[in-house]
Design a protein around this ligand. Structure first.
Ligand code: PLP
Length: 360
């Protein structure tokens, strides 16, 4: 039996995408082998690869100024590769630090050049994202880096800040494809696949072609995004199985109505859950300021850590897993990515109601 999966990442994948992978596992389209066993230079794999790229283009409405690149090493490797490529000597890069991932991104960049914190919470508490006028942009920065959704703290930009003429780089790992976005606003978007798109080991980059081409060339070729652009993400062997699974998920997203449909489903889930938290707020406490509440990762506390442990273990008995907060933050975290259904959230809300009555 499948569990109701609220894992933060790797996260649950939509069942039809997994069933398709199961059905095709041993014999992909009558080729007598798995897609994993195909050469990445062969027509069979290339069709899958190109379809995944085309589906991303279609779902996001990617303009011709931008391109899709598949890279490896997780979002964390990009924390190092981005400044290697785009932070030249004599320039500084701006970072808006709204959580642990933003902290990691800026600290990796410090190894390579000048950085500036355009915003970080004065009290060190990540319970909100900044308002536009609180951010101190450097108009001469090489780029400005933001994190659209803070997976650990459950905060999210509902409108991403605008660094003006400075190229905007955004880590969208935990809310990529949750709704439509205007890709043209960004120089470079990146997202680890394991939250909303597929399995771990694949990173999707959507970036402006001119920005990519203006990279530093005094770094190894393999580290230059442009190398992967010029080779259609086939410079070396990509994660073929991972990209295949992403393709299945993207196909399904398209069939289900694309990103507009994802958005309305995700909004419905979030309003059910935050509605319950507000209704039961004598028992559950949501620490995030309302305007910064994440639609993807919903965090809350119970009256004691003992009750939080009990909540997690009783939820598990009710077939719901992945509810323990990140080890650095504690509490409860519900990750409600695209693959989580409205029914899953309704089941959780009923559980929360019963649990608060029994333990309140
Ligand atoms: C999960 C996550 C990362 C790290 O991803 P890895 O693939 O483990 O490197 C980075 N940024 C954000 C916003 C994340 O949610």
């Amino acid at each position: 039996m499948r569990v109701i999966n609220f894992n933060a990442g790797p996260a649950g994948l939509p069942l039809p995408a997994l069933e398709q992978a199961r059905d095709e596992l041993l014999d992909f389209q009558k080729t007598g082998m798995s897609i994993m066993e195909h050469s990445h230079r062969g027509a069979t794999y290339e069709a899958v690869h190109d379809e995944a790229i085309a589906l991303l283009g279609e779902l996001l409405g990617i303009p011709s100024t931008h391109t899709v690149v598949f890279v490896q090493g997780g979002a964390s490797l990009q924390f190092g590769l981005i400044p290697m490529n785009f932070l030249p000597k004599g320039k500084s890069a701006d970072y808006v630090v709204t959580g642990v991932w933003g902290e990691k991104a800026i600290s990796e960049a410090k190894y390579l050049g000048e950085v500036s914190t355009a915003w970080a919470p004065a009290d060190g508490k990540f319970v909100r994202v900044p308002k536009p006028d609180e951010i101190k942009w450097d108009p001469n920065a090489a780029y400005a880096h933001t994190t659209s959704n803070n997976t650990i703290y459950g905060t999210q930009f509902h409108t991403l800040p605008d660094p003006g003429a400075v190229p905007h780089i955004c880590d969208m790992s935990s809310d990529f494809l949750w709704r439509p976005i205007d890709v043209s606003r960004f120089a470079f978007i990146y997202a680890g696949a394991q939250k909303n798109i597929g399995p771990s080991g694949v990173v999707v980059v959507v970036a402006n072609k001119e920005f990519l081409a203006k990279r530093r060339t005094d770094i190894p070729k393999i580290f230059q995004y442009q190398t992967h652009v010029e080779n259609n993400s086939l410079y070396n062997t990509p994660n073929t199985w991972g990209i295949y699974l992403c393709r299945n998920v993207l196909q399904l997203m398209k069939k289900q109505g694309g990103l507009k449909a994802m958005e309305s489903k995700n909004q419905e889930k979030a309003s059910l859950l935050y509605g319950a938290l507000d209704r039961l707020n004598g028992f559950y406490k949501a620490p995030v300021e309302k305007a910064s509440r994440s639609v993807m990762n919903i965090v809350f506390r119970l009256p004691s850590e003992g009750l939080e442990d009990k909540f997690v273990s009783e939820a598990k008995k009710a077939n719901m897993i992945g509810l323990k907060g990140h080890r650095s933050a504690g509490g409860i975290r519900v990750s409600a990515y695209n693959a989580v259904s409205v029914e899953d959230i309704k089941a959780l809300v009923s559980f929360m109601e019963v649990f608060s009555k029994a333990n309140g």
